[in-house]
Design a protein around this ligand. Structure first.
Ligand code: ADP
Length: 357
């Protein structure tokens, strides 16, 4: 604090030649610093505070703090620092073109025998956003696990209450229990997969891959599921097409996309895989003849647990994590995944893979 006092009070000439240039230090801080006089007007502001709170290029000095930041708790904190010499930490949310959140520490500050107050603004917008994402994720996980668990417990109770001797129904109850337990296992597998990818624990080993053959293998694995609903699987990838990717991870991405294309298709529909060679990259497309996806949902379906129709996704055995996994895997390859869709006609998901690297 005394260092600050030195800066803001002593003229340039009185500073020790080797003393740190505190204005420069303050201006280099990521935190915003505002010093407010006892009339609640701003006495000084550092660079970060000017960037954050000044409209256009105006100077903040001389302005009332209430004009610059409209937040009652912050004004009270400056009042407390000036009148009661007390330090307060407040959270301030500012909504301009974007939304920013700050933790602000407001403390009393003596300068030239005058009482002032200093507010240090820590920008916690990102941290706060991550915290909200984390909480939503946890609450989604517990909800998703609780639903099958409730069902398992209810059917176990029914069996215990006598249904175990009900020859006609006991197998059906057991199969519901199994289905729900499998759903929990699937969900846990997807969660741990996603968390290893996100924490950087999944390494990829890109090699030249024969795409036509890989698509054929993916189709073989999903042919029973497609066959049940008369859905045709069409491999239109030209023979000899080579892409550069980690073979297991590309298979996983394609399996997720083809599986969705089957699940959300109409009976007797078709799923087609093609590949375009764009010179420096390949674009692998998975198209279906399903109901398509409304524009509002298009970007959100890559978010964890986002589903257009939760009940339908559950019915067809979804976890809501498949596309999030595909997105992360595509990015690990230096590529991207995109979707285009037209309602009533179908959707095309495309994985873009760079040829090198
Ligand atoms: P899920 O396990 O529910 O399939 P995903 O992350 O794979 O989870 O997909 C998220 C949501 O995106 C799905 O629940 C569905 O609403 C929508 N979706 C994905 N693929 C398609 C598709 N081919 N056609 C229509 N909707 C789709």
């Amino acid at each position: 604090m005394s260092l600050l006092g030195t800066l803001f009070t002593k003229p340039e000439t009185q500073r020790e030649p080797e003393s740190p240039r505190v204005t420069e230090i303050l201006d280099s801080l990521r935190e915003g610093v505002l010093i407010v006089s006892d009339d609640l007007r701003i006495f000084a502001a550092n660079g970060s505070a000017r960037v954050a709170f000044a409209r256009t290029n105006e100077s903040l000095a001389g302005k009332r703090i209430t004009e610059v930041i409209r937040d009652f708790a912050l004004h009270e904190a400056f009042d407390r620092a000036l009148l009661k010499k007390a330090t307060t930490v407040v959270r301030v949310e500012i909504i301009d073109q974007d939304r920013r959140v700050y933790d602000v520490r407001v403390s009393p500050f003596e300068m030239e025998d005058e009482g002032r107050a200093i507010g240090v603004f820590y920008d916690i917008t990102k941290v706060e956003h991550l915290e909200r994402v984390r909480q939503a994720f946890l609450s989604n996980i517990s909800h998703e696990l609780r639903t099958p668990l409730t069902s398992i417990l209810a059917f176990v109770e029914t069996l215990e209450d006598g249904a175990i001797d009900d020859e006609a129904n006991k197998r059906r109850f057991l199969s519901v229990i199994r289905k729900n337990a499998e759903r929990m296992r699937h969900l846990i597998d997807d969660i741990s997969e996603l968390s290893s990818i996100e924490s950087g624990n999944v390494k990829i080993d890109p090699k030249e891959i024969d795409l036509h053959t890989l698509v054929r293998e993916v189709f073989v694995n999903l042919s029973a599921k497609a066959g049940e609903r008369g859905i045709a699987l069409e491999n239109e990838v030209e023979l000899e097409t080579r892409v550069r990717a980690d073979v297991l991870r590309l298979e996983q991405m394609l399996t997720n996309l083809v599986d969705n294309a089957i699940k959300f298709n109409q009976n007797e529909g078709a799923v087609t895989v093609r590949c375009q060679d764009l010179g420096s990259r390949h674009v692998i497309e998975v198209s279906d003849t399903g109901e398509g996806i409304m524009r509002d949902h298009l970007q959100r379906i890559f978010e964890r647990f986002y589903r257009i129709d939760r009940a339908r996704s559950r019915e067809v055995g979804g976890t809501g994590l498949g596309l999030a996994i595909v997105k992360h895997l595509a990015r690990l390859h230096g590529g991207e995944v995109n979707v285009a869709s037209s309602l009533g006609e179908g959707s095309t998901f495309s994985i873009e893979l760079p040829d090198a690297g």
